[in-house]
Design a protein around this ligand. Sequence first.
Ligand SMILES: NC(=O)c1ccc[n+]([C@@H]2O[C@H](COP(=O)([O-])OP(=O)(O)OC[C@H]3O[C@@H](n4cnc5c(N)ncnc54)[C@H](OP(=O)(O)O)[C@@H]3O)[C@@H](O)[C@H]2O)c1
Length: 335
Amino acid sequence: MSYVVAVVGATGVVGREMLNVLAQRKFPAKRVLPLASKRSAGSEVTFNGQKLTVEEATPDRFEGVDVVLFSAGGSVSRELAPQAAARGAVVIDNSSAWRMDDEVPLVVPEVNMAAAKDRPKGIIANPNCSTIQMVVALKPIHDLSPIEHVIVSTYQAASGKGHAALEELERQTADMAAGREPEVKVFPAPIAGNLLMDWKPGEGGYSEEELKLVNETRKILGAPDIGVSPTCVRVPVATSHSEAVLVRCKDKLTPEQVRKALSTAPGVVLQDEGTYVPGAHPQPRPAAGTDPVFVGRIREDLALPGAIHLWIVADNLRKGAALNAVQIAEGIFTR
Ligand SMILES: NC(=O)c1ccc[n+]([C@@H]2O[C@H](COP(=O)([O-])OP(=O)(O)OC[C@H]3O[C@@H](n4cnc5c(N)ncnc54)[C@H](OP(=O)(O)O)[C@@H]3O)[C@@H](O)[C@H]2O)c1
C-alpha cells in the first residue's frame, strides 16, 4: 500500500524536516503535497531530491489525502484539521491546538502508541518538543517505579520558535562578531550572547511553554498526579533542546538501575560515563540532525536520597516534532 500525504506548513523549519524524514524513512507515499499559506504558494520545497511546488492549504486540497501532517501554528490547525479529518484523512497535528482535548490522543510512539488507535475526531496530537524528549527518557524510569515528582529546567534552541527566530540568532551572532548591536525583531530582546524566557504568559506566573511540560507529561504517561516543576529558558543554540531533570519516584532508585533501564529503552542513546568527565555528556550541536534522545549525567541527588538527575538532549525539529509525527504515521499505516 502507498498513501497520499499532505504537509501543511511545508515551508517552515518543522515542515521541511517532515519532508526530509518522510523521504529518509521511505514512508510509503505515492504522492506528497506541500501546503502553506497563500504567501508561499508557487514556491518550491525539496522532497527526496525533487522540487515540489507549494500550494495554498485550503479544505479542498485534503480530498483524497490519507494523512495530513500539520505544522503551521495553532490557528491553522484549529480551522483546517477538522476539515481534513472530515474528508477521511488521519490528521497528525504538531501545534498545541488539540493536545489537551480529551478526544484527541497525545502520542509519543516509544511511550503510548496504542493511544493513537482511539481518535474520535480523526486527529492525533504531537506533543510539544520539550515534552517529547523528556517523556521518552522518563517512561523507562516510570516503569521501574511510578514517578511522583519531576523538576525540569530547559535550555531550548532558537529553531523551536520557527525559521524567523533561527535567522535572527544567525543575524545577531554575525552582528555581535562584527561589533554591532544585535538587531531585535522576533525575540523580545537579543538572543545572541543571552538567555531569554520568551514564551507567551500562561497562568500563575508560568509561561505557556512551562505549563505544556506539566499537562502534556501527565497526559502522555497517563499519570495525572505527577508533580512537574518547570522552568523554560531559550538559549543561543540553533537546534536541539537540552534539559536538566531531577526525578523522584515512589521507590528510591540508584543511578545503576536508571542506567540499565535507559540502556535498552527505545529511542534513547545513553551517553553516560558513570562518573563526571568534563565534556563527556550529551550536547545539542552533535545531536542536531539526529534521531535519538541522548541521556547522560545520571547521578543521585545529594540531598534527596534515591532521587535521580538526568541531562536529556534531542533535536527539537526531528524527535521534538517531525520525526515523532512521521513515527506516528508509520505506526498507523505501515504496521
Ligand atoms: N520549531 C519547533 O521545534 C517545533 C516543535 C514542535 C512543534 N512546533 C510547532 O510546529 C508549528 C510550525 O512551527 P515552525 O517552527 O516550523 O514555524 P515556521 O518555521 O515559522 O513555519 C511556519 C509554517 O506555517 C505556515 N503557515 C503560516 N500561516 C499559515 C496559514 N494561514 N496557512 C497555511 N500555512 C501557514 C508557513 O507558511 P508560509 O511560508 O506560507 O508562511 C510555514 O510553512 C507550530 O505550531 C509550532 O508550535 C514547532
